[in-house]
Design a protein around this ligand. Sequence first.
Ligand SMILES: [Zn+2]
Length: 279
Amino acid sequence: MSEKLRFLTISLFLYFCVGCVVNPLTGEEEFMLMGEQQDIAIGMQYAPEIEKQMGGKIASPTLQNYVNTVGLKVARVSHRRSWDYRFVALNNDSVNAFALPAGYIFITRGMLKQLTTESQLASILAHETAHVVARDTAVMISREIGIGALLSAANSKSSSRSVRTAAGMARQIMGFSFSRRDERDADRAGMDYMVRAGYDPNGMIETMQMLDSQQKERPIEFFSTHPNPENRVAYLKARLQSRYRNRQGLKTGKEDFSKFVLSQLKKKRYPGPSSKPSP
Ligand SMILES: [Zn+2]
């Protein structure tokens, strides 16, 4: 190879690799300007803002510990096992779950009240973990806001105007809507994660059926940020049949969910804001 050709080859290689990362769910390269350290910075800086806007954490250490433990079981068998995941239950009536970059994952009280088993909880947390693994929110931030604007809004404490900007940014992040393809990828990877963690994958199908029937009564918040792909239940059933039909001994966890979540929610009345974020 001549020097000129070698130089051209190396230049092309560098040109096409800059700004690209491989999505572990699809194996495809995606354009991405954020590094993983920036994912962590955004997660750390915006998680408190989002907690505040969504009514704060549910004040039950038993419940929080349980939700986090179930989430970590799933995250530790995902494609990105070493990240520092945190699963938090928010004191908010909306039926929702969402993820910030770097593994900050939230589920609302309104969603928890709709569930009946630990495997259903695991399915929601596994779906959100898959969004984190695919860095779907990071892609949206790169595209819609810009990393510099986001971090400077969070860092600036010099005026009330900048604080409002950070609050607005947090609302914008919470409102991001993923593509139907991202949703399908998160469902499929999420089902794989929950089974690897020892959970019955029927929990994911039950959860999607429950959310579908809720959506028929009123538009629920989960589907404003997680568009419902067509045939969602059908492709989940097909995956279960093809991969997991003969798996034995997987956990459903109705009693544990009742003890550590539903009865905890009944113990206290949590003075919470409505599902609307504060202005
Ligand atoms: Zn989703």
